[in-house]
Design a binder for this molecule. Structure first.
Ligand code: ADP
Ligand code: MG
Length: 274
């Protein structure tokens, strides 16, 4: 669905640090791809380049990010570079940026924030029907209808993050990019949100890219894993293989520093993915 081919990304004008350096990867249909690596390794920069968000002054200095999508109504194939993705946002791909709890408008009720972001075709059928659809979708993930009438400050941090995930998934985009969606939340809430994301991916059969510096998260839910270090990909492959047989010293150290893991994937042992 997305091909990142030898991409180098920098910020600002000329010459300085390459935040992402000659990175190549693919995002396939119907998979959960993890991106791991320590803080500053270029994970968020890579996500912005893939989403086509250049608002932070980011520039693709060389290489290409190509997306191949299918228009939901016409069935037509759309092929584009990420610098031209903006018209496809929401519909085809959505993005939960790092630290996104602050993305919600504090002065607006949740329902309005969902509606405002929707493509025009999704608003058809009048506001009552739309509210019912949103409420139905939210309730599928344990979010009560009253959430729609709340302002962000009336919700807990975990609830706000679940709302953001639900908003990102509501239009059934083919790709969801989630940058550290559970960082800064406590472990119980973190699990709830991860399970919600897995559940969405299973139902919608779309692709999820999950950025996390926490390898335990990747071990639990990703199919494939990309390890970044100082702007480069040092290793990528099926998650189970990387855990079983890490190749790069950096990956070996990361895995060695993890708390002891049980044989079973933690999410499976919670019974949700059975
Ligand atoms: P990660 O998400 O893995 O922590 P980032 O992509 O945020 O890494 O950062 C990679 C590099 O790019 C770092 O050196 C960081 O300082 C730099 N960087 C990130 N965002 C910006 C920005 N908006 N302007 C300038 N440099 C940035
Ligand atoms: Mg980051």
């Amino acid at each position: 669905m997305i091909t990142v081919d030898n991409v180098t990304v920098g910020y600002g004008t000329a010459g300085f640090i390459k935040a992402v350096d000659q990175v190549s990867l693919t995002i396939n249909d119907n998979e959960i791809l993890g991106i791991a690596g320590e803080s500053g390794s270029g994970k968020s920069t890579l996500m912005r380049a893939v989403y086509g968000d250049f608002s932070t002054g980011l520039r693709i200095l060389s290489g290409t990010v190509t997306g191949r999508f299918v228009d939901a109504t016409s069935g037509q194939v759309i092929e584009a570079q990420s610098k031209n993705f903006a018209p496809l946002w929401w519909d085809q791909l959505s993005y939960i940026p790092q630290g996104s709890m602050s993305v919600l408008n504090p002065l607006m009720k949740i329902e309005q924030q969902v509606v405002d972001g929707l493509p025009a075709r999704e608003r058809k059928g009048g506001s009552h029907a739309l509210r019912q659809r949103i409420a139905g979708f939210f309730s599928g993930f344990g979010l009560e209808e009253t959430v729609l009438d709340a302002y962000p400050h009336q919700l807990s941090g975990g609830m706000r993050q679940r709302v953001l995930v639900a908003i990102a998934a509501f239009v059934n985009p083919r790709l969801i990019l989630a940058d550290e969606p559970t960082t800064a939340l406590d472990v119980v809430v973190q699990k709830k949100i991860l399970l919600m994301m897995v559940e969405i991916q299973r139902r919608q059969r779309n692709s999820l890219v999950l950025v996390s510096h926490d390898l335990g998260v990747h071990y639990q839910i990703t199919d494939r894993l990309v390890i970044m270090y100082r702007g480069q990909i040092v290793e990528q492959g099926p998650t189970a293989e990387i855990f079983a047989n890490p190749q790069h010293d950096y990956t070996k150290n990361l895995i060695a520093s993890l708390p002891r893991l049980h044989g079973k994937r933690a999410v499976e042992s919670m019974g949700v993915l059975a």
